[in-house]
Design a binder for this molecule. Structure first.
Ligand SMILES: [Ca+2]
Ligand SMILES: [Ca+2]
Length: 448
């Protein structure tokens, strides 16, 4: 009798035998295969559970690299692989365009993104493709997580149908955004609204050493800005440079508390394409600390106000604005200019302004508030003759500045105990130095 023996039977070493023996052997093989399948299934289920519940994902924080020849080709690929606590280094010699630049930071907290210089390229550039929609149609990067830091990265060319496509958007609580968000050494330019946050009471935003340029839609609308901060908890902007916006605000903040200190917020521009609406707009009151900044309103301004407080109502309990040791230059030769404006409705505001330089024609204050002032310097000429280089917006003092050197007053503290004394001074560009103490404090943003 001839028996058909399977190839598998032979490979595992069964010898030929009776039909019964072969059946027994085949049953044994089937049982073994079933057992192996069960083992594999159990292993697969255990692995899945471990992954789902994160047991296997716990590892020491590490650095993931992005760029040519690096671990990942795109920021998105690195973020997909990252775990909380990781740093993602993005090398500046990569091309990050369109979908290769777009990133939704959502689902993993406490990640640092850091641009790494390569050769002469100081930062990697995330550039939008007008033919590929940005994240949610809102921004090149949308932050929908907590504890996110973005350092040394450029964002360029975001557009959207809503006309406020952004370089970065900090999202809503629903997006998952919250906690401390830190943006340092970043450069935002040519985005309709260069930087934006949603309303999100959970967010404390700090921006240091950043530059914002060429924001705005360009239609002489005032709705697109260089830097727009929604109703968040606290906003801190220091050592940063916002300029050449196309008719929006250089900085607009609806935060409950805003610290805008040691920045250069200047219209600049050589045509009427470039002029801000307000240099700083704090439309919903809240407490605002405006200390040690440089401001310039250029000759093309169609909105004659520089600093605006509470012009869209006062939903926040804070009602105090402190304008201390700023240098404010009005190059618009219009007597209707207003340096500081509040609404004509009485919201119980207090605006304290001390030790400021105000040059150029115009009215210092307009609107209803308790105006508390001391030791300000005014000059109806935009150029008081004592700046190092007014044309280059270098408002440091020369020895000719006898009207302001040692002519200030101790600024004191805010009602909540925050020190109003300037401790830094802005250095072009996007940098700062400790403000020296030379006798009595000087008026303006610089100590001689
Ligand atoms: Ca203006
Ligand atoms: Ca002094």
């Amino acid at each position: 009798m001839c028996y058909l023996i399977t190839e598998k039977s032979r490979t595992i070493g069964f010898e030929l035998g009776s039909t019964r023996n072969i059946k027994i052997k085949e049953m044994t093989i089937m049982k073994m295969r079933l057992l192996i399948s069960k083992i594999l299934l159990v292993t697969l289920v255990m692995t899945s559970c471990i992954s789902i519940f994160g047991v296997i994902s716990v590892r020491a924080a590490s650095t993931l690299t992005v760029g040519p020849g690096k671990m990942y080709a795109t920021p998105k690929a690195a973020y997909t692989a990252a775990v909380a606590g990781d740093t993602i280094e993005i090398y500046a010699d990569g091309t990050y365009f369109g979908t290769n630049a777009y990133l939704l930071i959502q689902g993993k907290n406490d990640i640092t993104f850091r641009g790494v210089a390569v050769g002469t390229a100081a930062r990697p550039k995330m550039q939008a493709d007008p033919h590929a929609s940005i994240i949610f149609g809102q921004a090149i990067w949308v932050i929908g997580a907590q504890g996110i830091t973005v350092d040394n990265i450029e964002f360029d060319n975001a557009t959207s149908t809503s006309k406020n496509g952004a370089g970065i958007k900090v999202g809503t609580p629903t997006d998952g955004a919250g906690g401390n968000i830190t943006i340092t050494n970043c450069f935002f330019y040519n985005n309709q609204t260069n930087f934006i946050t949603a309303a999100n009471a959970n967010v404390n935003l700090t921006m240091l050493n950043c530059e914002f340029s060429d924001g705005g839609y360009g239609s002489r609308s005032d709705q697109e800005h260089n830097c727009y901060v929604g109703d968040i908890n606290t906003f801190t902007l220091r050592y940063s440079y916002s300029h050449n916006v196309k008719n929006g605000m250089l900085v607009k903040t609806r935060a409950q508390t805003s610290y805008i200190e040691y920045n250069r917020l200047t219209d600049e521009g050589t045509s009427n394409t470039y002029t801000s609406n307000y240099n700083i707009d704090v439309p919903n009151a809240g407490d605002a600390y405006i200390i040690g900044n440089l401001f310039e309103q250029n000759q093309y301004s169609t909105n004659y106000t520089l600093l605006s407080y509470c012009m869209e109502g006062a939903p926040h309990t804070g009602r105090n604005c402190y304008i201390i040791n700023n240098t404010v230059v009005n190059d618009l030769n219009q007597a209707t200019s207003v340096f500081m404006r509040t609404p004509t409705t009485d919201y119980g505001l207090t605006v304290t302004y001390k030790n400021n330089i105000f040059t150029g024609v115009g009215t210092l204050t307009s609107g209803i508030a308790t105006w508390v002032q001391s030791n300000n310097y005014t000059n109806t000429s935009p150029d008081p003759g004592f700046f190092v280089n007014k044309a280059a917006f270098d408002y440091r003092l020369t020895s000719a500045a006898t009207a302001v050197i040692n002519m200030g007053v101790s600024p004191g503290t805010s009602y909540s105990g925050y020190s109003l004394t300037p401790v830094q001074q802005y250095i072009q560009k996007c940098s700062s130095l400790a403000r020296p103490v030379n006798g009595t404090i000087d008026i303006g943003a610089y100590e001689y």
